[in-house]
Design a protein around this ligand. Structure first.
Ligand SMILES: Nc1ncnc2c1ncn2[C@@H]1O[C@H](COP(=O)(O)OP(=O)(O)OP(=O)(O)O)[C@@H](O)[C@H]1O
Length: 777
């Protein structure tokens, strides 16, 4: 924010105030025109209108700020930063609107706000009936709250919140701060060091997974962040083993009630798959002495003359208590849960209300909650989770701080992790980490003024999925590199260097990445990509690659892969039936769904030819031309056809489908009309059981065709071959976070599709501006 204030200081003397700022009727008329253009949501204008009706003397600049604050919510920001808005007014609205013809445009925000100073705007906000000051505890029930500066962040002021969002932020701040202020939760250093040594190989240099495990074991609130494949799941499984071992080994000898959750069904299913394998294969034998030590301490308490050291206990184990050891280890392994639920299910969502069954007065019965893919959790959900969590329960957040934030308002994980890159560990934390992990923390991560929150955050820095040979890994890293905040000239140089670095990666011949530049909107190269994956775009046509275990990697495919599976594996049974009888159809659906996950086209936008609305029917037509689909244009645009892949866009508890679930329409025998077929949509069951859920298309209320998926919707998913299509014109939505999120959805193959020149360059040098007050705790 400081930079924005500096920018504001540099602004020239403002000209005359715009008429819309002098007169509320003129302002409301202007807002109406913005709504007509799609620059503002009707909801945002409705708020300004409501406030004006409630308080007729509300000044126009206040009403404008309220409408803009509301508009920011729809774009993921919990508040309006006034100074930043004055510095770059056109960023406050959805400009340029997708698909707008730009004839007779209304005044842009820059014209309207050009005549407004920060001082005057703030004066207009000093209206006690409508705006309360957070610095004074935001007394009353005003609809708006003016944000207070936080310690160490004086430049954050002034911000304007809708009260509800300010309250969410306060809820999150106070509950996290309460946890950070509870040092008694920390285990004793000697026990922790023993447990960590049992779980991690010894290292001469810092092992961030071990450090993360230590920090998260020390604090009742912890964040483990890291890019794809950096070992977040691996680390949290070890953390849970360690916490359970210490709980089972404590005086109470009681296992902890642990729950695992993720924001979407898809993310929950993915964690389900990976965590079960990791829990089963983790070597826990080294933790057995920890359990035995308790037993021995119990014994010591009963016969106090006999004192035993940890060494004695270890020796006892070495001497042959193998049976005790293995049953203790089995007990420990069984006490680590592998079932992952969605946050909505965990909190007990109720139809038609945003309130959950669990809240502060009916808290969840658990001791530890782990939330994966936490970057997708919005501020409202995070506040609900923290309220429903018993005050003594631990919360561990896992996620990639650099991914796009949730579609809803509030980039909670990104905000909390603002210092994760550089650690900001105090000397006391560094000393403690060295004591428990056995390796020193490199000096560059030390910061005497580190905040309590920084001490509870660990960043994993080495990807074990992408090695040095991986273009996907290199590209993700280059795109994700933040730009420094130097003066304009240095910043230009840095942007140029970043563009160059990204371009060079494509020229270095990595086998797993391809770049496809379309000549024009009708370029058939796009059709080839979506139909057969365009293997020719990759070195050696994608042949001959092996993974880290030496297994061959299948060449990249397009959508004809799952459609081929749909055809070739269709059961010849004429009875759809139930139970056993349905097995051949379940197996078929499972194969088709698995094959579908081998390719996905992602794009940035919804509207226009390069958004999902234009791409979905286009891809459908390309597949039809290639003989893989039989559907009319009308069906492709808005109907059902066999092979239609659909994305669930809203949770449906009745059907057990979650936002983000993907299903495919398949023709199955109609029980009521022998010889005929009907369409049913096959979804993988969200409990990770591998079962198939068959749903009639007519029962699906909120689904969309998903030949093309927005990057936002792809969060928490992974596809063997991901094609990331960039639009042909600059758009505020096109940021490095979006490109990074898109790239990191690719498991083995990535194609970047450019529909206009320079859009990759443009995107990787544009950063999401985050506005919230959660950064410092
Ligand atoms: N320290 C390590 N040494 C070697 N391999 C590791 C290490 N840590 C993790 N791995 C392996 O790397 C892969 C990715 O690990 P993991 O699934 O824990 O990462 P993640 O950060 O949770 O990934 P995701 O991006 O899926 O969230 C797994 O195959 C895991 O076994």
């Amino acid at each position: 924010m400081k930079e924005m204030n500096d920018l504001f200081d540099d602004l020239p003397e403002p000209p005359e105030a715009h008429p819309a700022l002098e007169d509320t009727a003129a302002l409301l008329a202007l807002l109406e025109r913005w709504v007509e253009r799609g620059w503002l949501r009707a909801l945002d204008r409705a708020l300004a209108l409501f406030l004006q009706r409630e308080v007729p003397d509300a000044p126009a600049p206040l009403l404008l700020a309220a409408a803009l604050a509301s508009h920011q919510l729809g774009r993921g920001h919990v508040c309006l930063d006034l100074a930043a808005t004055l510095a770059a007014p056109d960023l406050a609205l959805s400009l340029p609107p997708e698909g707008d013809d730009l004839s007779d445009p209304p005044p842009r925000p820059s014209e309207v706000l050009g005549g407004l100073t920060l001082e005057r705007w703030q004066q207009a906000l000093a209206h006690p009936e409508l705006v309360a000051d957070a610095a004074r505890g935001a007394p009353g029930h005003t609809p708006l709250v003016r944000g207070a500066a936080t310690p160490g962040h004086p430049h954050q002021d002034p911000r304007l919140y809708l009260r509800r969002y300010w309250q969410y932020e306060q809820e999150i701040r106070s509950r996290i701060a309460a946890r950070l202020g509870r040092p008694e939760a920390a285990p004793d250093a000697e026990t922790l060091a023993t447990a960590l040594d049992a779980l991690f190989a010894s290292n001469v240099e810092i092992d961030w997974q071990k450090a993360a495990c230590a920090l998260a074991a020390r604090s009742p609130f912890a964040v483990i962040t890291g890019g794809p494949g950096t070992g977040k799941t691996t680390t949290v499984v070890k953390l849970l083993a360690l916490l359970q071992a210490m709980a089972l080994g404590s005086d109470h000898a009681r296992s902890l009630r642990i729950r695992l959750a993720a924001p979407t069904g898809k993310a929950a299913a993915r964690l389900n798959d990976s965590i079960a394998g990791q829990v089963a294969s983790l070597d826990l034998s080294g933790l057995a002495p920890l359990l035995a030590r308790v037993a021995s301490e119990d014994e010591t308490r009963r016969s106090p003359t006999k004192t035993r050291s940890l060494q004695d206990v270890n020796e006892q184990f070495e001497e042959g208590s193998n049976a005790v050891s293995s049953s203790a280890v089995a007990l420990l392994r069984n006490s680590i849960p592998t079932e992952v639920t969605t946050l909505h299910r965990l909190l007990g969502s109720r139809p038609d209300t945003r309130h959950f069954r669990h809240h502060a007065d009916n808290p969840l019965a658990l001791d530890v909650l782990v939330i994966d893919e936490a970057s997708m959790v919005d501020i409202e959900m995070m506040a609900a989770v923290l309220s429903a969590l018993p005050s003594r329960a631990r919360l561990v957040l896992l996620g990639d701080k650099d991914q796009l934030a949730s579609v809803e308002a509030g980039a909670v994980l990104g905000d909390l992790c603002q210092h994760a890159e550089s650690g900001h560990y105090t000397p006391a934390t560094c000393d403690w980490l060295e004591r428990v992990t056995g390796t020193p923390v490199p000096e560059r991560y030390e910061e005497a003024g580190g905040q309590p929150l920084d001490q509870a955050i660990a960043m994993l820095r080495v990807s074990h999925r992408f090695d040095a040979q991986s273009g996907i890994g290199r590209l993700a890293e280059a795109v994700n590199r933040p730009l420094g905040l130097q003066n304009q000239q240095e910043s230009q140089n840095e942007k140029a260097a970043k563009k160059r670095a990204v371009r060079e990666i494509f020229q270095q011949g990595y086998a797993d990445i391809a770049r496809l530049a379309l000549a024009d909107a009708d370029d058939p190269a796009l059709d080839r990509l979506v139909v057969n994956g365009n293997p020719a775009g990759f070195a050696n046509s994608g042949e001959g690659r092996i993974d880290r275990r030496g297994e061959p990697i299948a060449p990249p495919v397009g959508y004809c892969h799952y459609l081929e599976m749909l055809r070739s594996k269709r059961p010849d049974s004429n009875t759809f039936g139930d139970g056993e009888a349905r097995q051949p159809f379940d197996d078929w659906a499972r194969d088709v769904l698995e094959a579908h996950g081998r390719f996905q086209l992602l794009c940035a936008l919804r509207k226009g030819p390069w958004g999902i609305e234009g791409l979905n029917p286009r891809i459908g037509r390309a597949l039809r031309r290639a003989g893989w689909l039989q559907a009319s244009d009308l069906e492709l645009e808005q109907g059902w056809f066999e092979g239609r892949p659909v994305l669930v866009t809203r949770n449906d508890y009745g059907l057990g489908l979650m936002n983000g679930d993907i299903g495919i329409a398949l023709a199955v025998p109609d029980a009521r009309q022998p010889g005929k077929k009907l369409l049913r949509v096959a979804f993988p069951a969200s409990d990770g059981s591998g079962k198939i859920k068959w749903v009639l298309p007519s029962r699906l209320q909120a689904v969309e065709t998903v030949f093309a998926m927005t990057v936002h919707k792809s969060q928490g998913s992974e596809f063997t071959h991901t094609a990331l299509l960039l639009p042909d014109a600059p758009n505020p939505i096109l940021t490095r976070e979006l490109v990074y999120t898109g790239i990191t959805r690719a498991r083995h193959w990535l194609t970047v599709v450019e529909t206009g020149r320079g859009m990759l360059d443009e995107a990787v040098t544009r950063e999401v501006m985050r506005v919230s007050g959660l950064g410092r705790l």
